[in-house]
Design a protein around this ligand. Sequence first.
Ligand SMILES: [Zn+2]
Length: 149
Amino acid sequence: MPPSAAAVRSILESNVTYLNGDQIKALEAILQNRRSKLLQEMRAYLYREGDHGQRRLAEASGAGDGAAATILAEMDIGFLQHETAELRAIDAALARMATASYGTCASCGNDISLARMRAQPTAHMCLACQQHVERHRTCDSARAGSKME
Ligand SMILES: [Zn+2]
């Protein structure tokens, strides 16, 4: 039986630095909850957008070659991209729970702090490694745009 919301809160507020089994269960409940909400939202969005998209396609018909593609490209798929990415992150986190690698940094192998996992239950890197990756990403794009070196 999944823990109640209050139980989840009190488990996660306990004063330890790293995740224990109970806390992983609590985070799993949060992720599962978020996952079903996301799927619900995506279904609702597709249902609405299905009608909307067909109307716009109907408007576009007779507007000439390539119009349908243009209309489709104009449709707001940003929402779904965001939701899909989040869903993928949740599924990956749940898979890590199943293999007991959840809460361990995928880069350096150290435990990720509870504070970080609580703030971002889908985190797969510790803060130091995450920042390292982000710094390098910033450096790479800065370098690509500069004529120095
Ligand atoms: Zn790390």
